[in-house]
Design a protein. Structure first.
Length: 94
């Protein structure tokens, strides 16, 4: 499994979440199997997302689509995005 971990400050978490929920890149069509949204308890103007994929190619394609999207919305919905491509090495319950 492959994960894109996205983190960035947001002017309004609620406004960012509405934009995220509109799904402007078509997550399912991009191969996203599951996603998780995070908000730090000590920084309410920050958002983090994990997007899970079956393949590295799907993750890379989605990363490219996100970079294009961010070029259009940076500053209004979010700013200074950071994205990392991760490979899941272990996934277990205690």
């Amino acid at each position: 499994m492959h994960v894109l971990r996205i983190e960035h400050p947001v002017p309004s978490f609620d406004g960012w979440k509405k934009a995220f929920d509109r799904d402007p890149i078509g997550r399912k069509q991009m191969g996203v199997r599951r996603y998780r949204v995070f908000q730090p308890v000590d920084d309410l103007d920050f958002a983090a997302v994990d997007l899970e994929f079956d393949s590295a190619a799907e993750a890379e394609s989605c990363r490219s689509a996100l970079i294009r999207l961010w070029g259009r919305v940076e500053g209004s919905v979010m700013r200074d995005p950071r994205v990392r491509k991760l490979a899941v090495v272990e996934d277990a319950a205690p």
